[in-house]
Design a protein around this ligand. Structure first.
Ligand code: ADP
Ligand code: ZN
Length: 607
């Protein structure tokens, strides 16, 4: 079987994505490879196809039981003999799997890194190993964000299995991590493949300078636009996840918190319900997500600024893995900068973490296409704006901001640089806060000069002044604001200033932006006249999928992705053969589900 034939037969896809085929060929030729691909880019196919073509059993190392389980279920659902050995299973189950492996009946065997090391001279020695795939390979590097000591010892496996190709895969592209992977795993004459990090189906949106109730309201509007669609909200602390989840539940939404402080049982429950479409929203710390391969996550929100672009990109990458449009939203305010700077200062890797945070801030502050910033960060350049970020859809309007800036700068100078962000806004807005009263700021001539500008807009303008270098925060002096030489130039009229107009609440324009996205969605949806009917059919097929999933104990997306359901609803195949021609339906699923789905479609059409 050729790689392309295997792709069609087992997975129902007609073509490889860029790089996949070259990687498959290299592994088939027995070469060691390092594969860098974004989350959702299609890494699994790169080792699964060679595993199905080469003689013997492929060993796949994965850091989490939930990841293994998901992959094994997906393969089994496609009729492929795959299984996992791990400490979470009963000894008799593991014994049975060992026997199956020895009998040569298993094509892919998933193992934890520690299991591979203990089995290296036992089970593994008895197998004909076709290849070893190391998933989430950045876990070998202390530099990366998911360091796992067991991973660092995997080089021993490379030495114990001469002649077997090793393929390491990760979505973390940074150069040092990459070199670390090759060195620690002792990959031999390694071929490195770097796929494009672009995920054009993810929309990118930033809400700057919102806090408190305004921020919550903006979140609620966003979530309500995604009714019944699975989504993740990331927060920086455990406490925040609990508070926010509670808030959402109080508003009648279906949400639960997830963080490392919950009991394993509780975490398991939340995760399982989420992947089975029984829980709509997870409010989580970064602890959530690595074990999640769910392909129909339709949106991701960062309720606070993440620590780095790497984590941000990995986290938003969990949306839209099926390739259908998915939305991402990042909230960013002044409190985030203070908190994250504190984390960075205390982290023991001060310089590096400050630098990472600065890159992240540049993204959040951007007034050019956000995707270009991201891609540029990952070393890719593109000549085109994406058309699917807030800047492209709604370019910032500039205005002469020097008078506005002078009001703020003058207020700051008159406090002798002794006031923080909030207090400066209080002075501008003439609010008698405790700090204002205590220091007598209400007697300053600048008290109340900015009354005409709402607090939320002041937050945004002050963030712009920070970003433009007119202001700085004295982190070591209670986060007081100071003006820079550049700020003084503007204050004393030696220099002009352009600012971007703050976006006001815009429920309506957002809808318009959605409409502007229509050509993208047209890729997946039928012509306008039939759209409503296709949507109704999609919902019926979705219900059928949910029923099959609960009968079989699989998550729904493993039976069939949202994308396949959309294609079915649009193409409406009337025979099992036509059903099999839908992209994403392999031979096994055609036989197993064809009749059921075709009958459901025929019944729908007869009504
Ligand atoms: P990653 O591990 O890189 O995050 P996956 O391997 O889970 O990504 O793949 C993401 C999605 O893309 C899956 O739903 C997978 O079936 C799909 N996919 C992968 N390769 C192809 C392809 N050549 N054509 C169509 N879909 C693909
Ligand atoms: Zn853009």
């Amino acid at each position: 079987m050729t790689p392309l034939e295997a792709l069609k037969k087992y997975f129902g896809y007609d073509a490889f994505r860029p790089q996949q085929e070259a990687i498959v060929r290299a592994v088939l030729e027995g070469k060691d490879c390092l594969v860098l691909m974004p989350t959702g880019g299609g890494k699994s196919i790169c080792y699964q196809i060679p595993a199905l073509i080469r003689e013997g059993t492929a060993i796949v190392v994965s850091p989490l039981i939930s990841l293994m389980k998901d992959q094994v279920e997906a393969l089994q659902a496609a009729g492929i003999a795959a299984c996992a050995l791990n400490s979470g299973q009963s000894e008799s189950e593991n014994l049975r799997i060992r026997q199956e492996c020895k009998a040569g009946r298993i094509r892919l065997l998933y193992l934890s890194p520690e299991m591979l090391l203990t089995e290296l001279y036992h089970l593994v020695a008895d197998l004909q190993v076709s290849l070893v795939a190391i998933d989430e390979a950045h876990c070998v590097s202390q530099w990366g964000h998911d360091f796992r000591p067991e991973y660092a010892q995997l080089g021993a496996a490379r030495q114990a299995l001469p002649g077997v190709p090793f393929i390491a895969l990760t979505a973390t592209a940074d150069k040092v991590t990459r070199q670390d992977i090759v060195r620690q795993l002792r990959l031999d004459g390694c071929h490195t493949f770097i796929a494009s990090f672009d995920r054009p189906n993810l929309s990118l949106d930033v809400e700057r300078g919102l806090s408190g109730k305004d921020k919550l309201d903006a979140l609620l509007r966003f979530v309500r636009r995604h009714r019944d669609e699975s989504g993740i909200i990331y927060c920086l602390s455990r406490k925040n996840t609990e508070k926010l989840a509670e808030e959402l539940v109080r508003k009648g939404l279906d949400a639960a918190p997830y963080h490392a402080g919950l009991t394993p049982d509780e975490r398991d429950r939340v995760q399982t319900e989420f992947i089975r479409d029984q829980l709509q929203i997870v409010v989580a710390t970064v602890a959530f997500g690595m074990g999640i391969d769910k392909s129909n996550v339709r949106w991701v929100v960062h309720y606070q600024l993440p620590k780095s672009i790497e984590s941000f990109y990995q986290e938003i990458g969990r949306a839209g893995r099926d390739g259908l449009p998915a939305d991402t939203l990042l909230f960013y305010n002044y409190a985030d900068i203070i908190q994250l700077t504190k984390f960075a200062e205390e982290s023991g890797q001060r310089e590096i973490n400050r630098e990472r945070l600065d890159r992240m801030r540049e993204y959040a502050e951007a007034d050019v296409c956000r995707r270009r910033i991201l891609l540029n960060y990952f070393g890719e350049t593109t000549a085109h704006d994406c058309g699917n970020c807030d800047i492209c859809k709604n370019p910032p309007q500039r205005f002469d901001g020097h008078i506005l800036a002078q009001k703020a700068l003058s207020a700051i100078v008159r406090t002798n640089g002794q006031a923080d962000f909030r207090t400066v806004i209080d002075i501008l807005r003439a609010r008698f806060s405790p700090a204002v009263k205590e220091k007598g700021y209400d007697r300053l001539p600048t008290f109340g000069v900015g009354r005409d500008v709402p607090p939320r807009e002041w937050q945004d303008y002050l963030l712009q002044l920070l970003q433009l270098g007119l202001l700085e925060i004295a982190y070591d002096e209670d986060n007081h604001l100071k003006i820079t030489t550049l700020g003084a130039d503007v204050l004393y009229g030696r220099r002009g200033l352009q600012l971007a107009r703050t976006r006001r609440e815009e429920a309506a324009p957002k809808r318009a932006a959605k409409a502007a996205q229509a050509p993208r969605q047209a890729l997946f949806a039928p012509p306008a006249a039939d759209r409503e009917r296709a949507e109704a059919l999609f919902q019926e097929l979705r219900a059928l999928r949910l029923r099959l999933a609960s009968e079989q104990g699989f998550p729904p997306y493993i039976i069939m992705s949202d994308k396949v359901l959309r294609l079915l609803a649009a193409a409406q195949p009337k025979t099992v053969e036509d059903f099999g021609n839908i992209s994403g339906i392999g031979e096994f699923k055609q036989k197993k589900y064809g009749r059921l789905f075709v009958d459901a479609i025929l019944q729908f059409l007869s009504r």
